[in-house]
Design a protein around this ligand. Structure first.
Ligand code: ATP
Ligand code: MG
Length: 354
């Protein structure tokens, strides 16, 4: 059984909150890094426009949603505002050649991937000790919207939401459970787990459900749908902050402790789907449960997190049986460390991220 220390629950939570905030601040990207990345985006956009004059190159993922750590990769999306654009496969090949000629980046075009992308990387150099890794995709408008949704959630309560998310991103990388290619969960998946917890598990909630707040004026289908998916959400955060105040006053540490507890033992992994849009759903209602004719369905849906907009897509479909076992083991380990309440909160933090 965990050793009970002398320090009270409240005192431990207060100290841990302060530690978490200080820890996360050190890991934010520097102003230099941000401006170098913005320069890179502009350079690449200028080059792309020599091939497609009506194109824009936009950031998405962590560089654009407020959840980026030092040296995180750049996710870029190229939008082309013209009718007769080149097929993505051709563009990927042409841009690959162009970037190789005109820049110092190492280039890897992947024209035949499920989503064609160009991968670019820059070696470490002074002022950029970890180099840059960057993916350019095309017409990924849903990703731009889910980035904007996460950014709005972060802006509603920056102190609690950003601290929790950034800490969990560091923690899952340090604990090596952040590799979709190896059967664990993407950063995007962990961020969705945090938002789900703050909107639907905590009572009173820390965040409102932005996809369920009615719009201020009637809106047509055209304005709300992309590729057949409803991407509407309440995005006027300034107005929302005037009109809505969370009744939940828990600190970052209290929320973190509860987050680990919830995902170690309370979430219905076998039957449930975490949906930010609609709360807890069942695998059965989504057709994500075991189907004897399609033996793989169960394998692909060990852990189910519904994408906020692409609702037929399980964001955590890469998580394998072993991967989920490892992830839950890590949630339990974290819970145990925090329940033992070491006398000094920073010791708990160091153990968590060992
Ligand atoms: P990091 O800082 O670790 O790169 P990130 O916030 O950029 O984290 P990623 O996992 O790199 O998160 O994802 C970047 C973006 O790509 C997400 O905001 C999302 O739009 C899209 N994305 C990534 N993984 C998925 C997925 N499994 N399903 C749908 N969209 C995804
Ligand atoms: Mg990223």
């Amino acid at each position: 059984p965990p050793r009970r220390s002398h320090i009270s629950r409240a005192q431990f939570a207060a100290e841990l909150t302060q530690c978490l905030v200080e820890f996360v601040v050190q890991l934010l990207p520097t102003q230099d890094e941000l401006s170098i990345k913005e320069d890179v985006r502009k350079l690449l956009e200028r080059l792309i426009r020599t091939i497609e004059p009506d194109s824009r190159l936009l950031s998405f993922g962590s560089t654009a949603n407020g959840f980026s750590l030092r040296n995180s990769d750049m996710d870029l999306c190229c939008l082309i505002d013209s009718e007769d654009r080149l097929p993505a496969t051709d563009l990927v090949n042409m841009l690959g050649d162009l970037f190789a000629r005109e820049t110092k980046f190492h280039i890897k075009p992947l024209p035949h991937a499920r989503i064609p992308i160009v991968k670019l990387s820059l070696d470490p150099q002074p002022g950029l000790p970890y180099g840059i890794a960057c993916d350019i995709g095309f017409e990924n408008r849903l990703a731009l919207e889910n980035t904007r949704l996460l950014m709005c959630y972060a802006m509603i309560d920056p102190m609690r939401v950003r601290t929790l998310v950034l800490f969990l991103k560091v923690w899952c990388k340090r604990r090596k459970i952040n590799s979709p290619y190896k059967g664990t969960l993407s950063s995007y998946g962990y961020v969705l787990l945090v938002i789900y917890f703050l909107v639907h598990v905590k009572n009173p909630p820390v965040l409102p459900n932005l996809q369920q707040i009615p719009p201020l004026r009637p809106i047509s289908q055209d304005e709300t749908h992309i590729n057949g998916f409803n991407v509407w959400f309440f995005d006027d955060v300034n107005l929302l902050r005037q009109r809505w105040q969370s009744q939940n006053t828990e600190s970052v540490a209290e929320l973190l402790i509860d987050f680990f507890k919830f995902y170690s033992r309370d979430f219905a992994y076998n039957t449930g789907v975490a949906s930010i849009r609609a709360g807890l759903l069942t695998k059965e209602s989504k057709g994500w449960d075991n189907d004897p004719d399609k033996g793989t369905a169960r394998e692909r849906n060990r852990l189910c997190i519904e994408d906020p907009f692409e609702t037929n897509f399980n964001v955590s479909r890469c998580v394998t049986r072993d991967g989920l076992y490892t992830i839950r083991g890590e949630f339990m380990r974290a819970s145990r460390i925090l329940a033992a309440r070491p006398d000094r909160a920073f010791v708990a933090l160091a153990q968590l991220c060992e």
